[in-house]
Design a protein around this ligand. Structure first.
Ligand code: ADP
Ligand code: MG
Length: 99
């Protein structure tokens, strides 16, 4: 609802949209247009200058960042990291396949 964000220049200004369950939207724009900034605004990862973002009560938010660097601690191996998601009976072959 009326979201605005400005860095050195205005990225978006008074932008509003209502997205219904089941809708799929592609955000298309040249490099630096503001796609990532818009997504970060929707995630609440960004201080907006104006406006509000409201998710459905039962929304389940998933986000795969372009740069995953911050998602992984750098002092563990991938095998160690994925241990947290291992379920009973997942053997090493299963884990390697998933990775
Ligand atoms: N944290 C920030 N501080 C200052 N400027 C930023 C920041 N994040 C993005 N920008 C600027 O905002 C514009 C949009 O960036 P971005 O959303 O990453 O574009 P896109 O994802 O469409 O390539 C760019 O000009 C970028 O330099
Ligand atoms: Mg981007």
């Amino acid at each position: 609802e009326s979201i605005s964000k400005k860095y050195e220049r205005t990225i978006f200004n008074n932008f509003s949209i209502s997205v219904q369950p089941g809708e799929r939207i592609a955000i298309i724009g040249e490099n630096g247009a503001g796609k990532t900034t818009l997504l970060r605004a929707l995630l609440g990862n960004l201080q907006l200058d104006h406006g509000t973002v409201k998710w459905a009560e039962n929304a389940n938010i998933g986000y795969m960042p372009q740069d995953t660097y911050e998602e992984f601690p750098n002092d563990v191996t991938l095998m160690e990291w994925i241990d947290a998601y291992r379920k009973e009976g997942d053997d090493e072959q299963m884990v390697r396949g998933t990775l």
